[in-house]
Design a protein around this ligand. Sequence first.
Ligand SMILES: *Cc1c(COP(=O)(O)O)cnc(C)c1O
Length: 475
Amino acid sequence: MQSKLSTLPPLHEIVQTPAGRACVEAHGHAASLACIRELLDEYRQQLLAGTAEAEDRESAARRVAGAALERLDSRSAPAMRRVLNMTGTVLHTNLGRAVYAPRAVEAANRAMTGPLALEYDLDAGRRGQRDDAVQALVAEITGAEAACIVNNNAAAILLVLAALAHGRETIVSRGELIEIGGSFRMPQIMESAGTRLREVGTTNRTHLRDYEGAIGPDTALLLKVHPSNYQVLGFTHETRCPDLLPVARRHGLPLVDDLGSGTLVDLSRWGLPHERSVQDALAEGVDLVTFSGDKLLGGPQAGFIAGRRDLVERCAKHPLKRALRLDKVRLAALEATLALYRDPDRLADRLPTLRHLARRPDEMQAMAQAILPALAAALPADHAPEIAASQAQIGSGALPLEKLPSLALRIPAPGASGERIARALRRLPLPVIGRIAEGAVWLDLRCLDDPQPLVEQLPGLAALLAEPTPTKELP
Ligand SMILES: *Cc1c(COP(=O)(O)O)cnc(C)c1O
């Protein structure tokens, strides 16, 4: 027994090996020693149990040092890895929605690495307002009198309701009491904001008279909500803002429209389905609109409240505004993103979200052809990939039923083999996220900017496919 353990190398010898030195260099002395002790302990147990072969001290030292470096490297790898979005959903909430434009990255980088005039008026040499720069751009682009910027659109709605309808009633159509992804449910947001929900109409039909009949002395505002992720089809009736506005005016009530995605341009210009824009809603006379920064707008996560100055000011002065405000990095990125809208002709070149939405079929065809041989070489013959027409979508609740004709690499994979291939793709150094449908794994090309990093790592796919799939542990 003792002689077996005498082959255990001492700590200082392990640290002196090339891998040991690299480990200390990369991860520091304390963490390296702790990890080496951990590994030595495991080695000792294995020797005692007879599950490890005794080896000479020198090679044991090199092996343990190498294992420590590998273990600490893998522990310190970020959990939020860069991935390739080949799902065909351009604004994928689970993959971080909009990708920053290069100009927004530069602005964010400037804001992160040095002081900036965030709440500072450079002309007057004294304190300024945090939202001023972005507010001016929103006004310029949309025609809004004023704007207030918060953490996301959920925060925008919360703040509007808390500032304008606390302790009073908010009227909403039953067809618009939406839930968006997990915890965002309109009735619960209203409850958190301290306003009483007054539902009117039915799921499929809400008339003007329903709104009119519900207005009373306790009514604070009328709220319209973009249904975003679903659509009621068939025998339906929606009362639209232009019809609702005269009623709101007659009773002196603000009409607030939660636009959800909130586009600032007419998407049909790029051959995309038309979505009512922020400008459209404000031109109709809607008092306030709310919308997101990281959906169709293509910027960082943010929420906008835009419209009538007196109402925006009540939101901006509410104590919750401070809790919901945006940090300097995202504000700077937002300013740079909005500035791109001054030149719509070059927007599709400069804004990744729009570039992906407007991607031309010939570009996707060229990428598919560049990838196909390497993909075919990495897959067994019964999973031979082919180039196939596919259907992409905008995502994040924008135009949920509209499909964008797209192109994909289709890997036939019936039954359980679909998940096996998808898993191997996810385990590549730059994980590839596709989708499984109709007995195949689909890798949609719409959001791929450069096929090269994918092609370069595909030779490693065969080895990953050969690894056994872990069976799920029973509880
Ligand atoms: C997405 C969405 C929200 C929530 O926006 P976030 O920016 O994700 O907080 C609210 N309302 C509608 C209609 C939406 O589509």
